[in-house]
Design a protein around this ligand. Structure first.
Ligand code: NAD
Length: 496
């Protein structure tokens, strides 16, 4: 049996008292055993990371940047292998895995520009012979806790920038998809990162709690479901740590009567069912303005959905793969069932699909549900599966109100040909990432990513310019070098 270890101080550590089965969602077979950490190991890793940071923080930013430039090339050279590791443990098909990897690489590129980003702010002559500047200093040991659905990209949102800013980093990846990060840690070491600056430690709540409680950990980046994001944010605050905690989502697309419907339907299908709907930016609700557009949209969706192929991650012709676990499959199917019980109309049913040769895999087919209302249990939940719910409204204002009343505020999209409607929507919508005819408006690496409401706890978004602020502390220095012989004398008033 393959053993997946931790990555500590520049080497793989496979010894453990406790191992967790890691399965392949495409087949349901247990493929590996994951070494799980205990509190003693967490303590040891923090000691190592803290020690390594002492030299690393003094390494010039340009030298740090060179390591990330090399890391980028190594990741690109090993992209196929990484996609295989992602697909096997997650179930996503290879070109989807490649997509997330490319978005992750963008963040490595951004980190390779860190000398420019860390230049600081300088004001000459704030008063006679006095200059003042702000410099941005690393925090120390920082931690990342990540979800299962983007095994490569989400951790890459965090540690390249954290490390490039001069911190050491401890990553606790999702215990369901640990292998990609174990391999990436080895590539980062090959790129020249000193031992102990980046460590990967596997575990569950026990490890997360130990990291949150330890006073030597200065900051926590978290991405996962809303209840856990809220918990991590509260615990981090209790222990006096800086925290950004990104949570779950329920993303709506409004389809206006003037939209290019063929294009909107293509985009909806990709964004609702791609990656089995297990994306925090997946479009899971289509709000159709008017019955005419709703009927036409559903007819086109139904027709197109008949050609969707669900199956094994390694088969390139598949549209999407398995969901993460048997329990998650059941939960998605229960939401489909409850929608029907509560009065919705099931147009395409993805329950009980059979995938030839993969009978034990965790598959749910693409599902379309019409006449959903905001009172339904399934609407109020983040289903996180290949399920598109349709809500019918009479006006754009009604659609905007539904989105603004929703608990989450991660992403949203408007399909229209009307610039005035687009501008109104962008201004009035209470959501962090907004698309106009763009179904998955995931910001590029030089902007920052973050939702509103229950989709994010903490002031700063993740990656991009906010990452510099999150992973550094501002120090402002005011300096005067008076000419020799000049004496100011005593002043009792506040300096002005
Ligand atoms: P999850 O919240 O179950 O797990 C996330 C991390 O928290 C994992 O590392 C896990 O080990 C840890 N964890 C789980 N339970 C814990 C507990 N009780 N105490 C402490 N730590 C715990 O999320 P998941 O199922 O792995 O991922 C899917 C969720 O992540 C979805 O809700 C999705 O919307 C969200 N997500 C959000 C974003 C975003 O940017 N907003 C991005 C990706 C995923």
């Amino acid at each position: 049996m393959n053993i997946i270890g931790h990555y500590i101080n520049g080497r793989v550590v496979e010894t453990s008292e406790n191992f967790l089965d890691v399965d392949c969602p495409s087949t349901g077979a247990v493929e590996s055993k994951l070494a799980m950490a205990d509190r003693a190991l967490v303590d040891e890793v923090i000691t190592i990371a803290q020690r390594a940071q002492q030299d690393w923080r003094k390494t010039p930013p340009a030298k740090r940047a060179q390591i990330f430039a090399k890391f980028k090339v190594l990741v690109e050279d090993n992209a196929e292998k990484l996609c295989e590791l992602i697909g096997k443990e997650h179930g996503k098909i290879s070109h989807d895995a490649m997509g997330e990897l490319i978005r992750g690489i963008e963040n490595i590129e951004y980190a390779a520009g860190v000398p420019e980003l860390l230049k600081g702010e300088f004001s000459k002559d704030v008063a006679g012979q006095i200059d003042s500047w702000s410099q941005f200093e690393p925090l120390g040991v920082v931690v990342g806790i990540t979800p299962f659905n983007f095994p490569a990209m989400v951790p890459l949102w965090m540690y390249p920038m954290a490390i490039a800013c001069g911190n050491s980093f401890i990553l606790k990846p999702s215990e369901r998809v640990p292998s990609a990060q174990l391999f990436l840690a080895q590539l980062l070491q090959q790129a020249g990162l000193p031992d102990g600056v980046f460590n990967v430690i596997n575990g569950d709540k026990l490890v997360v709690d130990a990291l949150l409680e330890d006073p030597r950990v200065e900051a926590v980046s978290f991405v996962g479901s809303t209840p856990i994001a809220h918990y991590v944010y509260q615990e981090a605050a209790r222990y006096g740590k800086r925290c950004q905690a990104l949570g779950g989502a329920k993303n709506h697309a409004i389809v206006m009567p003037d939209a290019d419907l063929d294009n909107a339907v293509d985009q909806l299908i990709g964004a609702a069912f791609g990656s089995s709907g297990e994306r925090c930016m997946a479009l899971s609700v289509a709000v159709a303005v008017g019955d005419e557009v709703a009927d036409a949209m559903i007819a086109k969706l139904t027709e197109q959905m008949s050609s969707i192929k669900v199956g094994h991650y390694a088969e390139k012709e598949n549209s999407f793969g398995a969901v993460i676990s048997q329990e998650h499959k059941q939960r998605i199917e229960e939401h489909i069932t409850s929608s029907v019980e509560q009065g919705a109309r099931l147009v395409v049913d993805g329950r009980n699909i059979e995938v030839a040769g993969c009978q034990e895999g965790y598959y749910v087919g693409a599902t379309l549900i019409d006449n959903v209302t905001t009172e339904m249990t399934s609407y109020q939940a983040e289903i996180f599966g290949p399920v598109l719910q349709v809500i019918r409204v009479e006006s754009m204002d009604q659609a905007v109100q539904i989105i603004n009343d929703n608990l989450y505020g991660n992403g949203t999209c408007l399909f229209t040909r009307d610039g005035e409607a687009a501008r109104y929507f962008s201004d009035e919508i209470k959501v962090g990432m907004v698309g106009i005819n763009i179904p998955l408006p995931v910001p590029v690496a030089y902007h920052s990513f973050g939702g509103w409401k229950q989709s994010r706890f903490g002031d700063l978004c993740i990656y991009g310019p906010d990452a510099i602020r999150f992973y550094t502390d501002r120090k402002t220095i005011t300096q005067r070098w008076p000419s020799s012989g000049v004496r100011e004398g005593i002043k009792y008033s506040f300096p002005s």
